[in-house]
Design a protein around this ligand. Structure first.
Ligand code: NAD
Length: 350
């Protein structure tokens, strides 16, 4: 049987574990996998582009398990009452190909993206960082804010979005975190001014320039999340040139990240190398650091591993017959149809 987690079950799982606890544990899972980078099969995701969006498949595997995510990115979807980003995926045994877990991954993507952002910022941002600008207050934003509050000790968020309703939603959703002060701003420049960390999480399928060089101050860490497709950027190229750039998986980020604006040999560091000590992170308090995130399959693999373990421990979700169980004769797939019934159906069609 394959364990199945739908969005309601995911919500129950989050409620049972607690958001902050979940982010803490998930971050440990992602960090653990990043530190064993060499053990993974890695490839840039397979993207199917249209004029208004993209649908992507994100596979990866270690020696024991295989995972994949199906995810879309349609910035115009919110005008139709649909999400910009929706996802689902599976975890399977490498030894047999048997699927262990089929799961929702929309809520999970927000969690794993936030946990990855916090994992990188914990190493790259100045240790005394307390404030963060949040540019873009859509689906991902609260998860990012809570992750930075929980895992880095960020206590002040300055929020801006071109849609005032999104800012109001962001403020309301974070009201239950008494030690997190949320200040609203009337422009990106106002939100960014004096912030230790700047998160850009906007959605627009265009070469956007959300952050311009005049807004960026020495020592800032930029958590650039929304520029994640060819022709979809957020950060002015001058900022990228001034900063030290960290990426997830270079071959994928060269195509999809904000660094698509730079020369193909502009130096970047894959973040796993910082975790293993193979490369340095921030070199000085004045340095501008940029995490040019596009989302990498390994983060979803970590999430799927975490979900599978937690769902079994808490007995959440249900076991479904996603693939046939043929204990009597594994070569007799036809018997799954119920021999007589299938024959009758064929006669009726004829
Ligand atoms: N790097 C990753 O791993 C990763 C993971 C998930 C999502 N994303 C990307 O993050 C982005 C946000 O995702 P979401 O699910 O929150 O989308 P969303 O549509 O729910 O929210 C996006 C928000 O950005 C705002 N916005 C658009 N242009 C803006 C601008 N110029 N200035 C300020 N705000 C602006 C919109 O009004 C909206 O509220 C998307 O581009 C998505 O593709 C990246």
């Amino acid at each position: 049987m394959t364990r199945f987690i739908d969005t309601d079950t995911m919500a129950t799982l989050v409620e049972t574990v607690g958001i902050e606890q979940l982010l803490t544990e998930l971050c440990q899972f992602i960090e653990h996998d990043y530190k064993r980078w060499d053990q993974f099969d890695k490839s840039a995701r397979l993207a199917c582009h249209s004029d208004i969006g993209v649908i992507e498949l994100m596979p990866t595997a270690d020696k024991q398990q295989y995972g994949f995510k199906y995810v879309n990115g349609h910035p115009g979807n919110t005008q139709k009452g649909l999400s910009t980003v929706m996802a689902f995926g599976a975890l399977a045994e490498v030894a047999t190909g048997y699927p262990l877990l089929l799961s929702e991954l929309t809520i999970s993507t927000a969690f794993r993206t936030a946990a990855t952002s916090a994992m990188t910022a914990r190493v790259l941002a100045r240790p005394e960082s307390k404030s963060m600008a949040m540019i873009g207050c859509g689906c991902q934003s609260e998860f990012q804010a809570i992750a930075f509050h929980t895992l880095l000790g960020i206590t002040e968020i300055r929020a801006f979005d071109i849609d005032p309703a999104s800012i109001r939603k962001f403020v309301t959703n974070l009201a239950l975190f008494p030690n997190l002060k949320v200040i609203t701003a009337s422009s990106t420049a106002e939100a960014v001014k004096g912030a230790d960390i700047v998160s850009t999480i906007t959605a627009d399928k265009t070469y956007a320039t959300i952050l311009t060089p005049d807004m960026v101050e020495p020592g800032m860490h930029i958590n650039a999340i929304g520029g994640d497709c060819p022709g979809k950027t957020e950060i002015h190229h001058e900022i990228l040139r001034r900063g030290k750039i960290f990426v997830e998986y270079e071959p994928q980020t060269r195509i999809e990240g904000d660094i698509q604006q730079l020369e193909a040999d502009h130096p970047v560091t894959e973040f796993w190398q910082v975790l293993t000590g193979d490369s340095s992170g921030r070199d000085s308090a004045e340095q501008i650091t940029v995490f040019d995130s596009v989302g990498f399959a390994m983060e979803d693999f970590s999430m799927l591993r975490y979900l599978h373990k937690t769902a079994l421990e808490l007995n959440l979700g249900e076991d479904i017959s996603l693939v046939p169980t043929m204990d009597d004769d594994p070569k007799n797939l036809y018997a799954m149809l119920g021999n007589g019934r299938a024959a009758t159906t064929i006669r009726r069609v004829a």
